[in-house]
Design a protein around this ligand. Structure first.
Ligand code: ATP
Ligand code: MG
Length: 420
């Protein structure tokens, strides 16, 4: 151990567990790439005002969880706490929405930072893969995104997750509901902070985790009863498309995102094996966000899935991903001359696309074979002076233990054949 440790609320990804993280990122990205989403990467920090406006002044993320900093030049920046605002900012800046091909479909993957109280599944640095479809209002698009997330989780073998679905209405019907909810909430027995929330962000109160608050909310007006006909029809269409795709979901009226630019479809993926931090991903429609950050009207929908919690979900379900061998061949030279010859073979194998590693440091046969075992390689190549004199290397199948001599010049072809 060095004098230093990873900062509180963070952890390092190290082998072999890090391979699972990569595989999870890849599994989430694959269905997106196959569905017309292009990769986008934005900076790890942005002007703090982008998040204040794009995530919302009244959210926990902005009021409590943001890492902000003032640069030497006096700029106010924040480490990104989420992806949507940055991606939309970048899309607008690059005029992607003007290329005449809406929706603009983008996916991203990266690190996010929130100053939270660290606990299982809740970190200060975490990893998300996300998708945004910008510029189109079409229930098929909402359904597509939910189906792709479901497909990603299923491809990983996850089964104990559920999809919660709700509609938040739009700028026609939500204000009416908002007022009805506010007048209901104002009559309840609530603490000062929650009272303030009623005025700024009343829908968020529905999301309060405290039992004594939840008890008082039983008779709260329901958004469903306030949805306008257009929102109802839109939501029914999303539900029908999901059902037709065989994607099971639960209607959850309490599922909210408090900000005005979140509209209509909203959803969350929860996993039942994770305890308190059960949300593995979430998203929805954000028809008003573009205007909020100074852009044109661009109705959009997206989601972000948490990689850390997805890995925890795999562990909770006891799923071991079928990761490809990182190393297929491990070379063990015995002696100086063999080192040169086998290193040449390994270089050739690598150039031919066969994953190969080497026993460095002139170690003895026993120690080197241990490393070969640990590497997970399917084959070992062993050669000493006598082998080289005969122009061969010993090719050992690490699974069966069988060993045979193969002429040096044929090693690459033989391995290519055996490894398929
Ligand atoms: P929560 O209710 O658990 O705080 P959230 O609503 O803040 O979640 P989102 O902003 O919707 O989460 O982020 C999408 C996903 O990112 C979450 O479902 C979760 O998997 C992951 N995530 C969010 N915050 C953290 C964190 N602090 N540590 C690890 N993963 C996180
Ligand atoms: Mg949170």
């Amino acid at each position: 151990m060095s004098t230093f440790q990873a900062p509180k609320g963070t952890y390092d990804l190290t082998p072999p567990r890090s391979a699972t993280f990569l595989a999870v990122r890849e599994a989430i990205a694959a269905p997106l790439r196959d569905s017309g989403y292009g990769y986008i990467e934005t900076p790890g920090f942005e002007n703090v005002e982008l998040f204040a406006r794009g995530v919302g002044e009244s959210t926990d993320i902005v009021t409590k969880e943001m890492y902000t900093l003032t640069t030497k030049g006096g700029d106010q920046l924040a480490l990104r706490p989420e992806g949507t605002a940055s991606v939309l900012r970048a899309a607008l800046e690059a005029n992607l929405h003007k290329a005449g091909n809406l929706p603009v479909k983008l996916w991203y993957s990266g690190s996010y930072y929130r100053y939270e109280r660290p606990q299982a599944g809740r970190y200060r640095h975490f990893s998300q893969v996300g998708a945004e479809a910008i510029g189109t209002e079409d229930p098929v698009l909402d359904a597509e995104l939910i189906i792709l997330a479901d497909q990603a989780y299923r491809s990983l073998g996850l089964r104990q997750f559920r999809i919660l679905l709700n509609s938040l209405g739009d700028k026609e019907c939500r204000p009416v509901y908002r007022e009805a909810l506010q007048s209901f909430l104002r009559d309840l027995d609530l603490d000062e902070e929650t009272r303030r929330r009623i005025e700024i962000n009343p829908l968020r109160v529905l999301d309060d985790k405290r039992a004594d608050v939840q008890k008082q909310l039983t008779d709260a007006p329901k958004l469903r009863d306030y949805l306008c006909d257009a929102c109802k029809a839109y939501h029914e269409e999303v539900r029908a498309l999901l059902t037709a795709a065989g994607v099971v979901f639960e209607d959850d009226e309490k599922l909210v995102r408090g900000l005005d630019y979140y509209t209509r479809t909203t959803f969350e993926f929860v996993h039942d094996g994770l305890g308190a931090q059960s949300a593995v991903g979430g998203g929805g429609r954000y028809d008003g966000l573009s205007e909020m950050i100074g852009g044109p009207e661009l109705p959009s929908v997206g989601w972000a899935l948490g990689v850390d919690r997805t890995v925890l979900a795999l562990e909770a379900e006891g799923i071991e991903l079928d990761l490809p061998y990182t190393t297929s061949v491990y070379a063990v030279p015995l002696g100086e001359e063999a080192r040169r010859a086998l290193f040449g073979v390994v270089t050739g194998l690598r150039r031919a696309g066969i994953a190969a590693d080497f026993a460095f440091g002139g170690r003895g046969l026993k120690g080197a074979m241990k490393s070969a075992n640990r590497s997970g390689a399917r084959y070992a190549l062993v050669a000493g002076e006598r082998d080289l004199a005969e122009g061969v290397v010993q090719l050992k199948d690490m699974e069966s233990g069988e060993q045979s001599a193969v002429p040096l010049a044929e090693v690459e072809a033989e391995l290519a054949k055996r490894l398929g």
